[in-house]
Design a protein around this ligand. Structure first.
Ligand code: SF4
Length: 184
């Protein structure tokens, strides 16, 4: 008989650890909940979509309701990179450097048509979507997207973060994803 077959899944809780105030859960769920409700944004805003994000931050839309009011302009103290605006090819290495300086776990939202696909600027000097240089978790459509759409993007990201395994960042699939972008 293997050791795992001996585990009693109906074991009673030890004395002093039952009743009101106690519940059983998984570490993944607790970590996911904590991460999802404390995403610290790094706003990488280059043009008009950035103005919509300013409105999203302000009192009317109040991104603090989602635990994301703490802006960081230091990549090392942020875990949600919001890219808003046209990214010229000359700026692409800077954006990539910012991404690389963020610690794991880190997530990326492409806000608006320009960040998602180059938008109306189908021209030699504009990056046709930031996913050409870094992985993107959520795309927010619109030119510009309204603050409600940006909030919806953040909520979609929260869903991803909440359900992400604490081991995902060391999985072969994630390593392969980064390797496809030539990121260590
Ligand atoms: S998507 Fe539209 S609003 Fe946003 S940065 Fe591009 S041109 Fe400006």
């Amino acid at each position: 008989m293997s050791d795992s077959s001996k585990i009693n899944t109906n074991a009673a809780a030890p004395d002093g650890y039952t009743g009101e105030g106690f519940f059983a859960t998984k570490l993944d769920s607790v970590v996911g909940m904590a991460r999802a409700n404390s995403l610290w944004p790094l706003p990488f805003a280059t043009s008009c979509c950035g103005i919509e994000f300013m409105a999203t931050m302000a009192s009317h839309y109040d991104v603090a309701r989602f635990g994301s009011e703490r802006m960081s302009f230091s990549p090392r103290q942020a875990d949600m990179l919001l890219v808003m605006g046209t990214i010229a090819k000359k700026m692409a290495p800077i954006l990539r450097q910012v991404y690389e300086q963020m610690a794991e776990p880190r997530w990326v939202i492409a806000v608006g048509a320009c960040a998602s696909s180059g938008g109306i600027f189908d021209t030699y000097s504009v990056l046709q979507g930031i996913d050409k240089i870094i992985p993107v978790d959520v795309y927010v459509p619109g030119c510009p997207p309204r603050p409600e759409q940006i909030l919806d993007g953040i909520m979609k990201l929260q869903d991803l973060v909440r359900s992400e395994s604490v081991r995902r960042r060391s999985s072969p699939e994630y390593t392969e994803l980064l390797a496809s972008y030539n990121i260590q």
